[in-house]
Design a protein around this ligand. Structure first.
Ligand SMILES: [Zn+2]
Length: 62
């Protein structure tokens, strides 16, 4: 069976920490800790990856 795991979102510090912790937990053979890190990466909110700029910069009255 192929197992899928959540991927750390680029630039997210929460993901980075959990991704590191997950690798350590996996090396240490602690599946409950791996599952915990997976859940943390999956469940915390992320800001939109779309870069936004003010309408005024486009010459559109805001
Ligand atoms: Zn994240």
């Amino acid at each position: 069976m192929i197992r899928l795991e959540p991927i750390a979102v680029e630039g997210c510090r929460v993901c980075a920490v959990n991704s590191r912790s997950r690798a350590i937990a996996r090396d240490a053979g602690v599946p409950t800790a791996v599952a915990y890190c997976d859940a943390e990466i999956r469940n915390h909110p992320h800001r939109s990856p779309i870069v936004r700029r003010p309408l005024r910069a486009l010459g559109i009255a805001a």
